[in-house]
Design a protein around this ligand. Structure first.
Ligand code: ZN
Length: 328
């Protein structure tokens, strides 16, 4: 896998199909990664990241490839998660990098957080504005296979309480096979979202509906006003359409998942699973970027649900602005 810095004619045609007359002039990205590779243990970074540093400045430059015209000047960053790395060091590096972003650009950050981390450092960073919330991840739950972890094993109650106190964002990448259709996940999301109503929950990747059928589980959460979803890396319009229909366009937020957005590939639903496919696998050979696939899917979903331009603008800018407003 390779982070692309150029696109070909085929990509350009698809990109035009995705964005011309659809993507507004201003876009906020609610889900973008930065990488400080020296903070990671050897072999824990994906091969597609190949040891390079990704700062907010790199990111804004890279975004011209899929969102040209200076549309993207404001993003919410968090470090790319890996199992064994020094979270405190990486968070501190990100805070410093975000602080370097000036002028018409804006960078805010979520701290990566493990269940046994000391909450005090995060409380301080939220209080002085260095971070606007937390990004837990199942890999921090412990050793071995964490793909079936219960939500609270990697997103314990102290994270909810802290985000509630600060009106901060809790970015959750659900796990377990059924993701947002898993009864245990649904029970925990309802109980904790109700108990901590000022905690602003963003369920990444349309509540990780890489198998688009699992997105239907969002129906059980539709009445919870502090739950949003982001569109990052989702290439199937069915998942985004379900989110728009169930939650409304006011709670769907555009995200890229950079650098994943700049890798060629696509995640597809198959049976009760999902499968990432990449050109390196052999077939198909002319794949486009995940970010272009995701924009195509988002456009299809907005068209199918009959969204008006003002509602599309909310997805690309207004909703993120609202959720980040208290930190401005
Ligand atoms: Zn991500």
């Amino acid at each position: 896998m390779k982070i692309e810095t150029e696109i070909n004619d085929g990509d350009r045609r698809l990109l035009a199909e995705a964005i011309d007359g659809f993507v507004p002039a201003k876009v906020i990205d609610i889900h973008a990664h930065v990488v400080e590779p020296t903070g990671y243990a050897p072999t824990t970074l994906g091969t597609h990241l190949d040891g390079r540093t990704i700062s907010p400045a790199h990111y804004f430059e890279a975004m011209e490839l899929i969102l040209p015209g200076g549309r993207l000047k404001d993003a919410l960053f968090f470090p790319f998660p890996a199992r064994e790395h020094d979270r405190a060091v990486i968070n501190a590096w990100m805070y410093a990098e975000n602080a370097k972003v000036t002028g018409s650009f804006r960078a805010r950050g979520l701290a990566i957080a493990g269940p046994r981390d000391d909450p005090r450092a995060f409380a301080e960073a939220m209080a002085d504005g260095r971070c606007v919330g937390l990004k837990p991840y199942h890999l921090y739950a412990g050793k071995g296979d964490t793909s079936q972890s219960a939500l609270e094993e990697f997103t314990p109650e102290w994270m909810w309480r802290l985000c509630d106190q600060h009106g901060a964002i809790l970015m959750i990448h659900l796990v377990r096979n059924e993701a947002v259709s898993d009864p245990g996940n649904l029970e925990a999301l309802r109980r904790l979202s109700e108990k901590y109503p000022r905690c602003q929950v963003v369920l990444a990747h349309i509540a990780r509906a890489f198998n688009h059928r699992t997105a239907r589980g969002l129906r059980a959460l539709a009445d919870l006003p502090n739950i949003w979803v982001d569109t990052s890396a989702i290439a199937e319009s069915e998942a985004i359409r379900t989110a728009i229909e169930v939650l409304g366009p006011g709670r769907v937020i555009f995200g890229t998942d950079y650098p994943i957005s700049h890798v060629r590939g696509r995640c597809v639903t198959t049976g009760n699973q999902f499968q990432w496919i990449y050109p390196e696998d052999g077939k198909p050979t002319r794949m486009t970027l995940v970010g272009i696939e995701s924009l195509l899917a988002l456009r299809a979903a907005c068209t199918d649900t009959g969204l008006k331009p003002a509602e599309v603008e909310k997805i690309f800018e207004g909703n993120a602005k609202a959720i980040l407003a208290k930190f401005r």
